[in-house]
Design a protein around this ligand. Structure first.
Ligand code: ZN
Length: 292
């Protein structure tokens, strides 16, 4: 666009009406999706009207936003941890350009209350009351996984829609349920379970890289996929694993089969998801409407 017609248009407009609003490109917009959030949800933000060459920084509560190019703007995906307190959570976005003061936008998102089911389970005592050596093993394996979730791959390895990890229509169950095992309260259930027969194929829910394979006390034989920008998916209790460490996988690619390894009452897939340290509802990830 040349400058002259705009100046003429503005001059003409000034004769008739108050000055027009600045052009959209000069006024960045921030839109959060979905508008209403609950613990375990996956939120994403779209920032548009950002000048070429500018970079973005941002946060929601204590979480940093990691932006990627999307829909002629910039988007970021952020997880609302399972145990997030209901109420307002502040967000901040800064548009950083060389030789200019960063432009800052901020607001609040409200996280609504979410009630989780209580699940009572009976398991063999040796799977619940761990001897000190097994306890140490389980703690160090949990720490290994949490270290993984804090490892951020700076590129986005996923694209478009997310697919189910097993065939069928039944939704996975049990996210966030407060577990009472053999009468004792335990940590909440951070994934969803799919009832499925032993040997049923388990597939990658989106593009990613095999970040960790193992045979741990609670998860049993498992695969952890890194989808980039802090998003991870987890597949526990597998009977067999058909991928190797570091391997690049595509959405729908078989990575193993359903089993009952680790602490499981029978064959099923435990499917988990993390957005950095946030424990998110995998069903919310499967419903994420970032479509490209
Ligand atoms: Zn489970």
């Amino acid at each position: 666009m040349t400058r002259t017609p705009l100046v003429v248009a503005v001059a003409l407009a000034l004769l008739l009406i108050p000055p027009p609003a600045p052009q959209a490109a000069d006024r960045p917009s921030v839109a959060w999706h979905p508008g209403k959030l609950r613990p375990g949800d996956v939120a994403w933000v779209l920032v548009q009207g950002v000048p070429d060459g500018a970079s973005l920084e941002g946060s929601l509560g204590a979480r940093s936003l990691l932006f990627f190019p999307y829909a002629s703007g910039h988007a970021a995906v952020v997880g609302i941890d399972l145990e997030t307190k209901p109420g307002p959570h502040a967000w901040h976005v800064a548009i950083v350009e060389a030789g200019r003061e960063p432009r800052r936008l901020s607001g609040k998102l409200t996280v609504a209350r979410r009630d989780f089911a209580v699940q009572r389970l009976t398991l063999p005592n040796n799977m619940v009351d761990l001897d000190p050596e097994t306890e140490r093993r389980a703690v160090s394996e949990g720490e290994r996984l949490r270290t993984l979730y804090r490892t951020i791959t700076p590129e986005r390895l996923w694209r478009g829609r997310w697919t189910r990890p097993v065939a069928g229509q039944e939704p996975g169950t049990g996210f966030g349920s407060r577990r009472i095992i053999n009468g004792q309260p335990r940590a909440p259930h951070t994934g969803i379970d799919f009832a499925a027969p032993r040997g049923m194929p388990v597939v990658a829910v989106n593009g990613g890289r095999v970040a960790l394979l193992g045979d741990y006390f609670f998860p049993g034989r498992f695969v952890a996929l890194d989808h980039g920008l802090g998003l991870y998916t987890l597949y526990f209790h597998l009977d067999t694993v058909s991928v190797t460490d570091g391997e690049r996988v595509e959405r729908g690619q078989a990575i193993g089969t359903v089993g009952s390894t680790g602490r499981a009452t029978g064959p099923h897939l435990h499917f988990g998801a993390q957005a950095g340290p946030a424990r998110i509802d995998p069903a919310a990830l499967l419903g994420l409407d970032v479509n490209d």
